[in-house]
Ligand binder design. Sequence first.
Ligand code: DOR
Ligand code: ZN
Length: 350
Amino acid sequence: MPERNLTRLTLRRPDDWHLHLRDGDMLKAVLPETARHFGRAIVMPNLVPPVVTATQAAAYRARIMAALPAGMDFTPLMTLYLTEDTDPEDVRQAHASGSASAVKLYPAGATTNSASGVSDFEKVRPVLDVMAEIGMPLCVHGEVTDHAIDIFDREAVFIDRILKPIRKKVPDLRVVMEHVTTQDAVDYVRDSSKNLAATITTHHLIINRNHILAGGIKPHFYCLPVAKREAHRIALVQAAVSGDKRFFLGTDSAPHTDANKLMACGCAGIFSASNTMSCLAEVFEVAGRLGKLEAFTSLNGPAYYGLPPNEKTITLVKGDPVQYPARLETGDGPVTVFDPGFDLHWRVEV
Ligand code: DOR
Ligand code: ZN
């Protein structure tokens, strides 16, 4: 294969279509890790309290820009946290003014800071109708919260119980199924003819549930949706490296301090902003599909969001293993960087 000898790879600057930046000291520490390599990111609204209105999104964006070190070029694309009280006209105005690029749906209680999410999907129908009308994407955390449903089945059940009915009622709604973790989700996206795409995280391309649970519990591999069995990981890799326009990168890089991860009830989230591009290059190279990396990280996402790809480029260079710091120091305490468990040979040239 011609790829065997590839040692340099130039791509359009990538974007991250699902990212947690937090606020305050944590924002200050993690933002440069993303802005170093990425041009834009869809920024998650699950702060405490959540970013619900156009005004709150504009204020959060201003805080992000204030935290961006001088000379770094990065554009945050904001999202609104969907609640049962969200005003459709505020969403319309947020979209028209550019204060928000998408709306985020968390089923109530599904994950970190999701208590204000949606329980009764009929209550948000007027918002979804407006979004379909104006072409604003809905980013979906696709897991049911029903305690009777096994945590490893919650994504597949969400598709049947929640997502299919929503898309049937509002067929023009543009949906992004975020951080898909199962063959079921990959198949569902592949079988749809329009208005559906999916993001895939870096870590779900690399770990399966054994990484979390076999040989001792590994809190730094715990995130939601939780990683599934190996067959599902393989399905995700196949989707990511296929070049299919409906699959693109959303790292779901989600920093929590080590203190909050390493406790009896530790937080869900994996912080991968620092080494994501090196990890992905390795995954795509092993699959023999380095030629499709740019589609996944830099082309398919903007196309779905109706944006042009970034003009700038980055170059990945292959060489001796790159060492990333194991932890990022933040004003709130150290945050562990995702450890893929293998050497990373591709570094981003700066
Ligand atoms: O693992 C996760 N962490 N999944 C989410 O959906 C939320 C995120 C966070 O905010 O920490
Ligand atoms: Zn997330």
